[in-house]
Design a protein around this ligand. Structure first.
Ligand code: ADP
Ligand code: ZN
Ligand code: ZN
Length: 740
């Protein structure tokens, strides 16, 4: 017998090795082995087994095994190969992205002790106070609890429980603390669930598809608060009951702790967490446990789509429109939604793409019959849609004679009303820092990053200027304009820190918390802040888009959007779609419980279609307008797109290489359109000049994108006629989400 062995190196090739008698039983696809490659001893992964080998030269033997069980299977290997081909990345690199870096770890997670009362009759002496109080408590709980949680009942609960266990009054078990599930989930919440008719019908459709063991994609379009999470859970339960497994993808795990908490309360230790914040060793441990079949559900951010679950029945992509599902860098620049669909197809699984604001792509796919549509048009429990007030900030300025105010009168009124009533407020402002620009009032010059063509943002805590692209920090604020030497430099614009300062001035009694990338970086635990808000300890939660989605707080009855126009005028074909989704989603945080909610949206462009229909919560209208625009300009979802980015420190070299590469695309096949080469909107980032070439291929003539795929691959891989100079880099981005 022979094995094909692949090595995680960039120049991918798999090599044949002979399997010695002694290892015949153990070598399987997905097992890692020690072999000699050239003169080096290396580790590789077995990707195929064969009776004969086509290789004519000398075939070496496999020396030994690294693992006693496979770290991936045939399906996953096939998926990795697809990934490599589709996103134009060497297979070794694609494998490296998907597999944990170091699987040979001895890491073992800490364990914790759990206890539960048995139903034995107790005859404890009256003076055994600690034993009695713990036993009574456990009887009331009637489920396993951690010994730690008994700390306030006895000074040494472990000892007490051991004594109780000797008398057979309690049962003790040890359980691994599943890495980081606790850090990113709320306390498990047990809920009494009674499904609505809409929910039941959605669950039926999804479960029926699983019963048929066939690939089927759904678009679950449920308005905010319609109870999508409970549907995921019920569908997952169905999968598990059939002996199948489930992948639950979330855009960012730290921001949606409630979903993980709900899964945990229903499925307990069947659930694993997978995300980039796990330590290497915790990752390796989790991966191997998944391979061994110890987990039935994996919850995680985009890379969880590669988790090595066997017998996959269901993949759910929550908030499927989120751009964080796209890996921007490094290659492979994959989109977890598209990978989900591919994985579902190869493993005959059901794929549920869910959102209150689907991506235009998925919406289009539903309209064209590619996805089955499930609509949940009502909020759960009779909760009403919030009432939305649109404030025209231009008019507001005229009426109050105050220009550049952060808050309108109506927003201030409503905030103070909520504080009085002990209800909660969520404020969205999608710009972090204190002031986004430092500008010369004489010549208008803006202080920019020396490495990027981007304005520096002023951060008040710490007093520094920072570039939000490369993190360049400037400790000293300049006193003089670089352009005209004038001394009148002024901070302009509004960031979350400034909003926070102003809020504190206006509402000194209120408890205010800010959540943005800076607070997260400063080590503040996002989950803790959200838990505090959920527990009612915070009046006002202020943040960037981080707080706009997925959160469910019944007592939050007011959402304020400080500047609805942020991002509206970026030169990107998805700018409008993004702003629409952000406003619609943020509005959806309001009034999810019994008390009706309100939303205040402040804007300078109330007539803009994005703002107008987002504030009317009229998704269909806006999506139709948006689809018409995209069609007229042949943008996705009406075309397939590839973006080639050419970058380097030397501007001339970048321009020259772009021109040469651009010329290669001059003879376009019918139905394709070339844009560029042109400088990117952000012309220089991290010291790199950036140009791009965009190729679009109309879907009408290229229904599944294969024409474009073959065409661009043929051109850029023509190494003999085209070679990039050493100081220029080429990035290939298939189905880019942003053209900035
Ligand atoms: P969505 O994700 O669609 O915005 P959620 O899943 O967060 O909505 O549900 C909104 C609220 O309604 C949550 O508090 C959820 O627990 C509750 N809920 C939804 N469906 C049910 C149900 N069938 N029974 C009880 N509570 C439910
Ligand atoms: Zn100046
Ligand atoms: Zn920079």
């Amino acid at each position: 017998m022979f094995a094909d062995v692949s090595f995680p190196i960039s120049s991918y090739q798999s090599f044949s090795y002979e399997i010695p008698e002694s290892l015949l039983e153990k070598v399987k696809v997905g097992v890692r082995v020690n072999v000699t490659l050239g003169r080096r001893k290396v580790q590789g992964i077995v990707v195929d087994l064969k009776k004969t080998s086509g290789f004519k030269g000398r075939i070496r033997p496999i020396e030994s095994l690294v693992d006693d069980q496979p770290v991936l299977d045939r399906h996953l290997w096939k998926l990795i190969n697809w990934l490599a081909d589709y996103y134009n990345t060497p297979v070794g690199i694609a494998a490296k992205t998907t597999l944990p870096a170091n699987l040979s770890t001895r890491y073992k997670p800490q364990t914790q002790m759990l206890v539960k009362s048995t139903d034995e009759k107790s005859e404890l002496p009256k003076n055994a106070k600690a034993q009695l109080s713990i036993l009574n408590y456990l009887k009331a709980m009637d489920d396993f609890v951690t010994i730690q949680s008994l700390n306030d009942l006895a000074s040494n609960p472990t000892e007490v429980c051991k004594k109780l266990s000797e008398k057979n009054l309690v049962e003790i078990k040890h359980e691994p603390i599943i890495p980081d599930l606790t850090g990113f989930s709320f306390k498990p919440m047990h809920k009494k669930i009674r499904f609505t008719d809409y929910q039941n019908s959605a669950i039926d459709k999804i479960c029926n598809s699983m019963d048929k063991n066939e690939f089927k994609p759904f678009l679950l379009h449920g308005v905010t608060g319609s109870g999508k999470t409970e549907i995921y859970i019920e569908a997952a339960r169905h999968a598990i009951n059939q002996g199948k497994t489930v992948i639950m993808l979330l855009p960012e795990i730290a921001l949606t702790p409630q979903i993980a908490g709900r899964f945990r309360s229903v499925f307990g230790d069947k659930v694993a967490m997978w995300h980039s914040k796990l330590t290497q060793s915790a990752r390796a441990w989790t991966w191997k446990r998944i391979c061994a079949g110890d987990f039935q559900v994996v919850i995680g951010a985009r890379s969880a789509v590669f988790s090595p679950l066997k017998n996959l029945g269901l993949i759910v992509v929550d908030e499927e429109q989120e751009s964080s599902y796209k890996q921007e860098s490094p290659a492979p620049r994959y989109h977890a939604r598209d990978v989900s669909l591919m994985r579902g197809k190869t493993q005959k699984a059901t794929v549920v793409l869910a959102s209150a604001t689907p991506s235009l792509e998925s919406y289009y796919n539903y309209i064209h019959g590619k996805f089955e549509y499930i609509h949940l048009p009502e909020r759960f429990g009779g909760a009403k849609y919030p009432h939305v007030h649109v404030v025209d900030m231009m008019k507001e300025s005229e009426e109050t004679d105050v220009y550049g105010a952060i808050f309108s009168r109506i927003l201030l009124e409503k905030i103070s009303d909520r504080i009085e009533k002990n209800e909660q407020v969520i404020l969205l402002h999608n710009r972090r820092g204190f002031a986004p620009v430092l500008r010369c009032t004489d010549c208008g010059e803006v202080e920019t990053c020396p490495h990027c063509q981007v304005a520096l943002t002023y951060h008040k805590s710490g007093e520094f200027l920072q570039c939000h692209f490369c993190n360049h920090m400037q400790k000293q604020l300049p006193t003089q304009c670089k352009g005209c030497q004038s001394f009148s430099l002024q901070l302009a614009g509004i960031g979350t820190q400034k909003v926070e300062e102003e809020l504190t001035n206006q509402f000194p009694e209120a408890t205010i918390e800010r959540l943005d990338v800076d607070t997260a970086r400063s080590g503040k635990n996002i989950t803790e802040v959200l838990q505090k808000f959920s527990d009612g300890e915070i009046n006002i939660l202020l943040g960037t888009q981080m707080i706009a989605k997925g959160l469910d707080f019944a007592n939050a009855t007011l959402v304020g959007i400080i500047n609805g126009d942020t991002g509206l005028h970026l030169p990107d074909f998805r700018a409008g779609e993004r702003v629409f989704q952000l406003i619609y989603q943020a509005a959806g945080r309001s009034g999810r419980g019994r008390i009706p909610g309100e939303v205040v949206v402040q804007t300078y462009s109330p007539e803009n279609a994005v703002i107008k229909y987002a504030t009317q919560l009229d998704l269909k209208k806006y999506y139709n307008i948006c689809l018409d625009e995209r069609q007229a300009l042949d943008y996705p979802p009406f075309s397939w797109m590839v973006r080639l980015e050419i970058s380097g420190e030397n501007r001339k070299a970048v321009e020259k290489a772009s021109r040469i590469l651009g010329n290669k695309f001059k003879q376009l096949p019918k139905g394709m359109i070339l844009l560029g080469p042109a400088f990117c909107y952000r012309e220089r980032l991290r010291n790199q000049f950036r140009m791009q070439i965009v190729i679009k291929s109309k879907k009408g003539m290229d229904p599944n994108g294969s024409k474009l795929h073959q065409y661009f691959k043929r051109i850029i891989n023509q190494k003999d006629t085209f070679k990039l100079p050493g100081n220029v880099r080429l990035i290939v981005d298939v189905n880019p989400v942003s053209l900035l």
